[in-house]
Design a binder for this molecule. Sequence first.
Ligand SMILES: NC(=O)C1=CN([C@@H]2O[C@H](COP(=O)(O)OP(=O)(O)OC[C@H]3O[C@@H](n4cnc5c(N)ncnc54)[C@H](OP(=O)(O)O)[C@@H]3O)[C@@H](O)[C@H]2O)C=CC1
Ligand SMILES: CCCCCC(=O)/C=C/[C@@H]1[C@@H](C/C=C\CCCC(=O)O)[C@@H](O)C[C@H]1O
Length: 337
Amino acid sequence: MVKAKQWVLKKQFTGTPKSTDVGIREINLPKLKDGEVLVECIAISVDPYQRVFISMGKLNVGDVMYGEQVAKVIESMNPDFPVGTHVTTFGGWSSHSIQTGDKLVKVPEYPPDIPVELSLGILGMTGLTAYYGLLVTGELKEGETVYVNAAAGAVGTVVGQIGKLKGCKVYGSAGTDDKVKYLKNDLGFDDAFNYKKIPDLPSLDKTLKKMIPQGIDVFFENVGGGAFTVVCANMNKDGRIAMCGAISSYNSSEQYKPEIANFSDSFTMKNLALKGFTGWDHMAKDKDGAALKEMIGWVREGKLKYPGHNFTGFENTFKAFLSLFSGDNIGKILVKI
Ligand SMILES: NC(=O)C1=CN([C@@H]2O[C@H](COP(=O)(O)OP(=O)(O)OC[C@H]3O[C@@H](n4cnc5c(N)ncnc54)[C@H](OP(=O)(O)O)[C@@H]3O)[C@@H](O)[C@H]2O)C=CC1
Ligand SMILES: CCCCCC(=O)/C=C/[C@@H]1[C@@H](C/C=C\CCCC(=O)O)[C@@H](O)C[C@H]1O
């Protein structure tokens, strides 16, 4: 009999999640039935949407925390997924789980120098969100100017690098001086700033005007809040906003803040386009995985770096999750089991 460790929701989150809102339990998993496999988790992905799922009421108290993991098949009653197969699956924050074939995606046969964990980051949901958001939703063209916030994160680091690969000017903001240095010195951003050092929205406007005098063509929005209006005011005619997320609101219970001012000045007069998207929807439409193939090629050729921070040990999953909101780390955050 195999025991599985699971993180479960003990109390619906209000504000920043607390350690008392979740807990670890151990359960005995039943024997496999035909078509099922037993997977052992290699790494768990912690992602901001997992916080939003709680606000949306998608999880009940007692449910296993939702999320994607990369795992290895260790017992199989499904010939399509023999023992040893590496898969990604929404197995949640669990050490072991029983899955059916329709809930599993085989990790592609990567070259030996590419670790399977990248299927949760640059070669998975966050990397592909950057790719599709910038190139498909944002319709980025060579020579244009991109601005991305949360730029030193899992999605932001990839947005900036793809922007540079496409021959564009790339600017970003992040919450520490070390992150800003990393963006400029290691990832090739043309410039970046620490938004925590900007005292108010008029100062943000001045910063953007000085740093990006040519104006922004594609705004890759990860953060939301009052800065949104200011960035839009610094966009060029026919600019596109790829609305990826709004992490600044995820721990807030205020639902309707009147934050969009000067709507007509920016949107009507400059013909701006605002489009939301999920990486997930784009992936489902990209049937032959053309984006993933291109990303694997760029990683192999050393054209894309994949910074990340690994927490070690199942018991550190919640700590890893909280670090998304405190902004302590650069790149994709994973928990290695
Ligand atoms: N549409 C889609 O399909 C997807 C959307 N997303 C969205 O993309 C965004 C980034 O996700 P991801 O790359 O995984 O996460 P990150 O790796 O970027 O981690 C989150 C970062 O957000 C910043 N942050 C946290 N709280 C705040 C705040 N209150 N104000 C400003 N910045 C904050 C922190 O960096 P800093 O130091 O800069 O503050 C932190 O490091 C999120 O909004 C997420 O929901 C992600 C994946 C898919
Ligand atoms: C749930 C809002 C999250 C905000 C943006 C974000 O981080 C998106 C990430 C997606 C994520 C969630 C996708 C869909 C939510 C469905 C809600 C519903 O009504 O069922 C995940 O699927 C991968 C990312 O593409």
